[in-house]
Design a protein around this ligand. Structure first.
Ligand code: IMP
Length: 427
């Protein structure tokens, strides 16, 4: 069963894109199964740098079928823009397939996302304002407009008419902000329909057929496990399930088809948006990570919050995803530090009684108020970006990787030491 799921083990931005890019080379199909253009990944290849938000990373390989699965929410404007970029740079996208069951992000979803954040004020979630939450809300409320509705313009017009009426009421009367122009939206979406129709397919069937042919299928997770709507740091989460189990739902395959789950973990921790972050570093050390790791969001350009690696979170990710392998990214960013800390446990003061948590706390209030217990390891000074074999890493770096692997109980299979496609150590 050659199906592998790749997921983020932290708050997203773990560098999944470049790991997927590496694995995609050996795959015949790459499937995105959740999220939307709130995600962003950068791939550097011989043609230069590519930034994708919605198109699966595998698109750059002509032998790969790049699938946008039913669990994704698709902003057709962004998808068309990414297709334009590929066309302008001479990259074929004949191999793109888009699930008819995926839901569409509409202009009113984007306006509602912003209006809701504004209304929340200080209690805002810090969303990417891409309309993700409102689109998934409509999906659950059974009010959504799906990709397959693009195939029948009459139905599309009827559905849009009903939806826009209701959403404009909401925008204008509840949020006191302008609604969308009904005719403009209808015209725009009719154009997207013409453009995207050739790529619409029954992607669950395509995946099944590929697996039956014995092909390698890679499921590409977006965001990370602590942004999971069920298991993450709710309410500071996204509106989908970025954990491995969602690959089955969002791709349309049964769980018995999945044989490997690769967790991507940055060698330290980052987070964008609001919410608790026990190992967060401010000041000079935090700036070291921001500057050396170029920790600015691919989607929103926001500066990421940075901190030490948190093994309590990693072990939670191991549990939630059933990880069979780990890819540690950005190890090179730690080079030059005298010492490296990792969090192995939380301490929580419960009315004067101290409680210790080696497992992720089941209550958000505990996670909010806990203190990380840090373990120190010696750092290394050498530039490791040229290293391609594990044995050539400084002993301190190898010890660091061994500690991660031992604590997680999962083997480290890949380590990235720089942004380039080849700056990778395969273990
Ligand atoms: P939304 O997904 O735009 O609704 O945003 C909800 C939360 O998830 C916010 O804290 C975002 O910053 C965060 N988020 C969403 N997508 C990503 C991502 O790809 N990387 C990191 N954080 C993300």
């Amino acid at each position: 069963m050659p199906a592998t799921v790749v997921v983020g083990t932290q708050w997203g931005d773990e560098g999944k894109g470049r790991i997927i890019d590496n694995l995609a080379e050996k795959s015949q199909m790459v499937v995105r199964f959740q999220g939307g253009n709130n995600a962003g990944h950068t791939i550097v290849n011989e043609q230069g740098e590519f930034k994708f938000h919605i198109i699966p990373s595998g698109i750059l390989y002509p032998h790969v079928t790049a699938v946008i699965g039913n669990g994704v929410v698709v902003d057709p404007r962004v998808l068309c823009e990414e297709l334009d970029t590929l066309r302008d740079r001479g990259v074929s996208f004949d191999n793109l397939r888009l699930s008819g069951n995926a839901h569409l992000i509409m202009p009113y979803h984007i306006l509602l996302d912003s209006a809701h954040e504004t209304q929340l004020g200080k209690r805002k979630i810090g969303t990417t304002k891409r309309g993700i939450g409102p689109a998934y809300t409509d999906k659950a409320a059974r009010l959504g407009i799906r990709v397959q509705d693009l195939l029948d313009k009459k139905i599309l017009r009827q559905k849009l008419d009903t939806a826009i009426g209701e959403k404009n009421d909401l925008l204008e009367k509840v949020y006191n902000s302008p609604g969308v122009d009904r005719f403009e939206v209808m015209e725009q979406y009719a154009e997207y329909a013409d453009r995207l129709s050739p790529y619409i397919a029954d992607t669950s069937l395509l995946i099944d057929k590929a697996l039956k042919r014995g092909e390698e299928v890679l499921f590409e997770g977006a965001q990370g496990c602590l942004l999971d709507i069920d298991h993450g740091t709710y309410p500071f989460v996204t509106s989908s399930n970025p954990i491995a189990g969602a690959a089955c739902v969002g791709g349309g395959v049964g769980p018995t088809k999945i044989n490997d789950v690769m967790g991507v973990c940055k060698a330290y921790t980052t987070r964008v948006g609001e919410g608790p972050f026990p190992t967060e570093l401010t000041g000079e050390l935090g700036d070291h990570f921001v500057n050396k790791g170029m920790e600015y969001g691919t989607t929103t350009g926001r500066k990421r919050r940075c901190g030490w690696l948190d093994l309590v979170i990693l072990n939670y990710a191991v549990r939630l995803n059933g990880l069979t392998g780990l890819a540690i990214t950005k190890l090179d960013v730690l080079s030059g530090l005298d010492q490296i800390n990792v969090c192995s446990m939380y301490e929580y003061d419960h009315d004067g009684v101290q409680e210790n948590y080696i497992d992720f706390p089941p209550h958000q209030s505990i996670f909010y108020h806990c203190q990380p217990v840090l373990q120190s390891l010696p750092g290394w000074k050498a530039d490791i970006s040229g290293v391609r074999k594990l044995a050539d890493l400084p002993v301190e770096a190898r010890d660091y990787l061994e500690l991660i692997s031992e604590e997680a109980g999962v083997p480290v299979k890949m380590v990235s030491v720089g942004p380039g496609r080849d700056e990778l150590v395969e273990v």
